[in-house]
Write a protein that binds this ligand. Structure first.
Ligand code: GLU
Length: 411
């Protein structure tokens, strides 16, 4: 099943439990608008090449569309539709007044020069200018997109519209309307959830071991925070390979290695594995923090972790979810576990609209109770409904989304 089929299967399961009528399930399931564009890029070699870009605006019943943009060769429309749908669920789960969207460009950004990357980013905004805006749809970073890319995009939008509309995009650099705490926010939120899981399951903290697949912004900050808090990080992986060391790894040292040599997988020490093999190693908490569908019905049977904390979007295929649940492995779903990123994006947007900028302590002091409260609500609902945390999160979100659609006359 591709990510969209997985997402719709998750919806169908929750819709049944929430007793939604089929017409309501359809109203929530499909995107409100899908935009597909062809972006011309003048290459450094003087040739024009075309790149395909997407924006799927899934649902804005609770507030403006919100969600990241990814630059990746595997981007396709079904993937973006699934990711946009998960954003709608995510913003509702964490309770911010926004809807869900996602976008992307089919490109390997590593193959572009910096000036080409800038021209492509600006080209995306020119193609999408009528559809985005601080009160319409607010993009943000996702896989392979950075604060610098967000700055080029925001600048392009401001030039096109002739105003300082900094709230059009979040995840910007601090020099240009960014929020303190945004870069680390997804990992930070994931860490707050880890603390709750350890408390709830009464795990002995000194014995908890963690393996993280994905060493981009999300995986790195999560591993760093967990390491600093005294958890043992036994495995780390990027797209090229993994390292596993029962004695523990220091994520900051591994980052220095990756920056110097281009990959972490040649790091001196520990066992060297493929990124996929890391998922099956011994650890207490497994943290997929890279791409979708990395856990399927085959490797779900081999996972040794007792908890999976989803920091990637959609890392577990629908069929694998059932196997993991049956095996008693606790899955903390993406729509809760990685919602710290979009929550601090929302804070950034509020700061841009009010021109009142917050300290990092103020950002974290607002983020933590929101994450803890959502975790508690979902845990209680999962106990009450006798279901898994993902389905409980969907039921909670659907109540809020359908509620807004009803009062607005959309259903
Ligand atoms: N790309 C991130 C996500 O999947 C953040 C989205 C945002 O900040 O709007 O949640």
């Amino acid at each position: 099943m591709n990510p969209l089929q997985n997402a719709l299967a998750q919806l169908a399961k929750a819709a049944k439990l929430a007793k939604l009528a089929p017409s309501v399930e359809t109203a929530v399931g499909g995107p409100m608008r899908t935009i597909e564009v062809k972006i011309p890029l003048l290459g450094d070699d003087g040739q024009i090449r075309y790149y395909f870009g997407y924006r799927v605006q899934h649902n804005d019943a609770r507030g403006p569309f919100k969600g990241g943009l990814r630059f990746h060769p595997a981007v396709d429309l079904d993937e973006v539709k699934a990711l946009a749908f998960w954003m709608t669920i995510k913003t509702a789960v964490i309770g911010i007044p926004m809807g869900g969207a996602k976008g992307g460009i089919v490109v390997d950004p590593k193959k572009l020069s910096i000036p080409e990357l800038e021209r492509l980013s600006r080209g995306y905004v020119r193609a999408m200018r009528d559809f985005i805006g601080p009160d319409k749809d607010i993009p943000a970073p996702d896989v392979n997109t950075t604060p610098q890319i967000m700055a080029w995009m925001t600048d392009e939008y401001c030039q096109l519209t002739g105003g300082n509309n900094l709230g059009v995009i979040t995840g910007k650099p601090l020099e240009y309307g960014g929020s303190l705490g945004r870069t680390a926010a997804t990992g930070q939120g994931g860490y707050y959830i880890l603390e709750q899981v350890v408390k709830k399951l009464k795990l002995p903290k000194s014995k908890v071991t963690i393996a993280v697949q994905g060493f981009g912004n999300v995986g790195y900050y999560f591993a760093k925070l967990a390491h600093e808090a005294g958890y043992k990080i036994v495995g780390l992986a990027d797209s090229q390979g993994a390292i596993y060391d029962e004695r523990g790894l220091n994520p900051e040292k591994v980052l220095v290695w990756k920056e110097q040599s281009g990959t972490l997988s040649t790091y001196q020490g520990g066992k060297h594995l493929s990124s996929q093999e890391l998922l099956e190693q011994k650890c207490t908490v497994l943290v997929p923090a890279a791409m979708e569908n990395v856990i399927d019905s085959e490797n779900a049977k081999k996972i040794k972790a007792s908890v999976i904390l989803e920091l990637a979007n959609g890392p577990i295929a629908f069929a694998a979810d059932k196997i993991l649940n049956d095996r008693g492995i606790l899955v903390v779903p993406d729509v809760l576990a990685n919602s710290g990123g979009v929550t601090v994006s929302y804070f950034e947007w509020v700061q841009n609209l009010t021109n009142d900028y917050w300290t990092e302590a103020a950002v974290l002091a607002k983020l933590k109770p929101m994450m803890v409260e959502s975790w508690e609500q979902i845990w209680r609902l999962s106990v009450k409904l006798k279901t898994d945390l993902r389905t409980a999160a969907f039921v909670l979100a659907l109540e809020r989304i359908v509620g807004a659609m009803k009062v607005r006359g959309m259903i």
